[in-house]
Design a protein around this ligand. Sequence first.
Ligand SMILES: CC(C)(COP(=O)(O)OP(=O)(O)OC[C@H]1O[C@@H](n2cnc3c(N)ncnc32)[C@H](O)[C@@H]1OP(=O)(O)O)[C@@H](O)C(=O)NCCC(=O)NCCS
Length: 174
Amino acid sequence: MLKGKKTLIRPLEEEDIDRLYEWVNDQEVNLWASGSWPLSTLLNRELLRDRYLQESADGQRFAVLNEKNVLIGTIGFRDFNIPARSASLFISIGDKNFWGKGYGTDALITFVRFLFSQWNLHRLSLDTWDGNTRAIKAYEKAGFQVEGRQREARYILGKYHDAILMGLLKKDFE
Ligand SMILES: CC(C)(COP(=O)(O)OP(=O)(O)OC[C@H]1O[C@@H](n2cnc3c(N)ncnc32)[C@H](O)[C@@H]1OP(=O)(O)O)[C@@H](O)C(=O)NCCC(=O)NCCS
């Protein structure tokens, strides 16, 4: 269990699947998280079990809990590149009651610290889109910098948006 100031991070368990199922099929969460919706109804519990509970050499997902040990979201990494010691980070606070209250930033800082200190990663990358100001602010508060912008790379609610590429080096985090 990783402990932040407001959040706890632990491995995902079978009992978490129902909440994850609600969130991945919630259009608003999905809109902010990936910028593409609606989500396929084929994404059923079995697929979620494979996606969230199976360990993969390429990445892992974890549960984000609040101070009362209640599951509020997930965080993880993928695209693990061994020689470069880099990976891509992703986070989704699926419970909307916990948006904009500092939980995302706290989980990011806690998880990034874990990846830099325990996994000895050198660099983390992530991407979002220009309309997700809340995510960009949270990433910046955790130390990420905007490194690039892909013009009109996303199409969201009938409009093109730029993809925002962000990165963080271990030495900058420390
Ligand atoms: C993105 C996410 C992880 C951020 O976590 P969070 O707990 O909501 O964010 P925090 O409260 O830690 O920080 C958000 C910052 O944005 C600001 N903010 C909050 N709501 C906002 C809004 N609607 N628009 C713009 N800024 C907003 C906050 O004031 C805060 O900045 P401040 O501390 O300088 O005041 C979370 O909202 C989330 O998972 N959302 C849905 C999925 C998603 O967007 N995932 C990221 C995909 S790239």
